[in-house]
Each structure stands twice: as C-alpha cells, then as structure tokens.
Design a protein around this ligand. Structure first.
Ligand code: NAI
Length: 224
C-alpha cells in the first residue's frame, strides 16, 4: 500500500494503456515481452517503459523481458481492478442513461447497481436494467450495498449539493461529469471528466497547427 501511493499520477495515467496492451498479449498466449516491444506497441520509448514499470517492483529480467501474465496482474492490482467495484449514478438524464447503457464498465468489474434522480417521472423506472431511485435513498443504498464509486451526472448547479450528500456516505471515489469543481473531504477521491476542457485542448492543438503552417508558409516564401 505504501509503495503504491508513491507512484506519480503521470505514471498512473499511462497504466490503463499497459493494462490493455498486456491483456491483448495475454489473450494471444504471449508469455514474455521486452520493454522495446511494449514501447513500440504503446508509442513509448523502451526506457520510459522500464522507468514506469520499475515503480512497482522488479519484474523485468535482463535479457528476458517481462512475464506478461505477472505484469498484467500487477498492473491490474495497482489499478484496483482485482476487486469488483459497485457504482451508482446520480442524475438519470441524458448522460446518466447513456452511462447506464455502457456495457464495458461491468465487463471490467465496475457494476452500476442504481441510479438516482429527483424527477418523479424517472424514479421507480428501470433504465437499461438499472433501477432509478429517489435521491432521498442515496445514502441508504450506498451504505447498505458497499458502493465505492459515485458518478455525478446532474446539472452543474446541483453537483455540489449531491457531493455534500455523498460526503456523508462510505463512498470512496467520485467520477464527476458536471463541469464544476466539487468540494469533498480529502478521503474521497475525485476524478473529473470535463468534456469542454478536453474540447478546448483539441481546439488549442488545431490552432497551434494552423499557426505552425502559417509560419512555415511565411518562411518558405522568403526563399522563393
Ligand atoms: P439532463 O438534464 O439530461 O439530466 C440531468 C438529470 O439530473 C435530470 O434527470 C434531473 O432530474 C437530474 N437532477 C437534477 N438535480 C438533481 C439532484 N440534485 N439529484 C439527483 N438528480 C438530479 O442533463 P445531461 O445532459 O444528462 O447532463 C448532466 C450533467 O453531465 C451536466 O452537468 C452536464 O454538463 C454533464 N455532461 C453531459 C454530457 C452529455 O453528453 N449529455 C457530456 C458531459 C457532461
């Protein structure tokens, strides 16, 4: 546990890529893989791969490479994928329903057990097989079912209020899709999915490219 905490977030953000790649190798009965090969598949350098994987123990062997199964299991353990996670969605609107319909969460061990809403036209329904309860029942359902992850999919105006309710439960992590920074006690982990921020980043990249093209054009004109 102590060792796990020291790993930087930058490394953690790359781990899902290792996990996916190693999973594919495993399914294809590949037993060992070198840092060069892993790097090639992931678009990282071999030394980046060695540095990343050195963070959690001595798995590579000089001249042998990595044992695929061992490394896959270790990465899964670090990502907390060796245990099943129960999740709830707060806000059964467009996004909440779309997330409830996404089958890959469950196949990766993340089970959505309930949705919550304040709209009486939604409560009592089952959407994509997931029951929708009134917000009033949120704390009870979370604590009774050992839910560890809550997904916030309510309008941004209501997100903090939902976060406050969640703070009084046994929840360990919040996956926040509302485009605001929510405040929660430090023992609750928050991961934001702010789509607009991501879109702005894409916009920046496009813009940067255009600037670069203009610059190149100007420069090449000078030599004509
Ligand atoms: P929506 O209006 O379709 O759904 C929101 C739902 O939350 C409604 O059913 C509403 O009754 C419920 N709600 C409101 N206050 C509540 C509360 N205090 N407790 C429980 N339920 C409550 O909105 P949509 O499109 O699903 O968006 C939800 C959130 O996700 C927004 O913050 C939005 O910015 C964000 N988002 C939406 C995306 C999308 O593709 N729709 C993509 C990324 C983010």
């Amino acid at each position: 546990e102590e060792e796990i905490k020291k790993i930087s977030l930058a490394v953690i953000r790359r781990l899902p890529k290792y996990h996916k790649c190693l999973g594919e190798l495993l399914r294809n009965n590949v037993e060992k893989v070198s840092s060069q090969e892993l790097g090639q598949m992931l678009g990282f350098t071999a030394s980046q791969v060695r540095q990343d994987l050195n963070n959690f123990g001595e798995f590579g062997q000089q001249g042998y490479g990595y044992n695929v199964e061992q490394l896959y299991n270790e990465v899964a353990k670090i990502l907390g994928l060796h245990t099943e996670h129960k999740m709830v969605i707060i806000g059964a609107g467009n996004l909440g329903q779309a997330l409830a319909n996404y089958k890959d969460f469950e196949s990766h061990g993340f089970k959505i057990i309930a949705m919550f809403d304040i709209n009486p036209r939604l409560t009592g329904l089952r959407i994509h097989g997931v029951p929708v309860y009134d917000l009033e029942e949120l704390s009870y359902v979370i604590n009774e079912n050992n839910v560890d992850i809550a997904i916030i999919a309510v309008p941004k105006e209501n997100a903090q209020q939902v976060a406050d309710v969640l703070s009084g439960t046994i929840i360990k992590g919040i996956w926040n899709f509302a485009p605001i920074e929510i405040k929660v006690p430090p023992h609750i982990m928050v991961e934001n999915v702010h789509l607009i921020d991501s879109l702005f980043t894409l916009s920046y990249k496009i813009n940067e490219n255009k600037l670069m093209e203009r610059l190149i054009k100007q420069k090449s004109k000078r030599f004509e």
